[in-house]
Design a binder for this molecule. Structure first.
Ligand code: PMV
Length: 305
């Protein structure tokens, strides 16, 4: 039996903008998907036991993408034989937390382990990227990079990621709208609007570019108040390109009222998760409870692990 893991992630700055080559900052979180893989002798491509916890409806909604994704990973790795796959771990399957990328990296690692292939992390990342294409169409690669390597990363499409490090991991809360979102649709929507309103979008994209460099300095200085303010600004830019939603804005407001340093949607948007920066266990608990009181799931985790 082969075994592998992939980390969940949170995008702290510039989801969507990253698709167009603007830098983004993301971090792996301390929640993982674990895959186990065993060779089997059926005529099927694979037999899957998906035992991950989920936002209700997520797995059903993603079933077709998941099937295509597993076949893509097998092809990329040169595997023809049927495999039996078990998916588990403590990363809840949901939109916006990198669940698809975490499962792709975990499956690729478990296949490599089962078939005795010695793959570097860079190779696993390539296979996970192939798998991600089934979910996203033309992914920037930020999700699979975090899922495979872990850590806090500065990411520019088509370039090697740069690691960023902080002395102390910092608490965040991720609030789940409970809405299973379609990243592909969100990305296509941005492309359509960008073509229709090139001047407006150029201005917004310029602002996103400036902001992410400020954010990098603020993170390096561990100036969390400033990081929080910049996250709020980033949320405004994401609202302007119409990838936020009423539910995301609502949870962002709840987190800010409860004392978060900053909050924004994270990932593809139109549902899925938001993230609040909440340094210290006490503030984290306060914000997580405020989200839970609205009936939503709150994930307590850290960035910079
Ligand atoms: O929805 P998620 O968590 O898979 O994040 C998607 C991030 C985007 O920037 C919207 C798309 C991409 O490929 O980078």
């Amino acid at each position: 039996m082969g075994k592998g893991h992939g980390y969940g992630k949170v995008i702290l700055f510039n989801e969507h903008f990253v698709v167009y080559g603007i830098p983004a900052i993301a971090s792996a979180i301390d929640k993982k998907t674990i895959a186990e893989v065993k060779k089997c002798s059926s005529n099927e491509e694979f037999i899957l036991h998906d035992e991950r916890e989920e936002t209700p409806g997520y797995k059903k909604e993603k079933m077709e993408h998941q099937r295509e994704s597993i076949i893509r990973i097998k092809r990329a790795m040169g595997i023809d034989q049927c495999i039996e796959i078990w998916l588990g771990g403590d990363l809840r399957a949901a939109s916006g937390v990198g669940a698809s990328a975490a499962s792709c990296a975990a499956i690729a690692r478990a296949i490599a382990d089962e078939f005795g292939m010695s793959c570097s992390d860079a190779e696993i990342n390539e296979f996970a990227y192939e798998g991600e294409k089934a979910y996203h169409g033309n992914p920037s690669g930020i999700d699979n990079t975090c899922a495979t390597f872990g850590g806090l990363v500065w990411y520019e499409k088509g370039k090697d990621m740069e690691r960023m490090s902080v002395k102390h991991p910092v608490e965040i809360v991720m609030g789940d709208t409970g809405i299973v979102a379609n990243t592909k649709k969100a990305v296509e929507g941005v492309r359509e609007r960008k073509e229709k309103m090139p001047e407006l979008y150029e201005k917004i994209f310029d602002d996103a570019k400036k902001l992410v460099y400020e954010a990098r300095d603020a993170i390096m200085d561990e100036d969390w108040e400033l990081v929080g303010k910049l996250m709020n600004k980033n949320h405004e830019l994401l609202q302007k390109i119409e990838v936020s939603s009423d539910e995301l804005d609502y949870l962002v407001n709840i987190a800010m009222k409860a004392g978060a340093y900053g909050a924004k949607m994270t990932g593809g948007g139109l549902g899925g998760y938001m993230v609040a920066l909440t340094p210290g266990k006490e503030l984290q608990e306060k914000v997580a409870r405020a989200i839970e009181e609205t009936g939503h799931y709150a994930l307590r985790t850290k960035i910079g692990i």
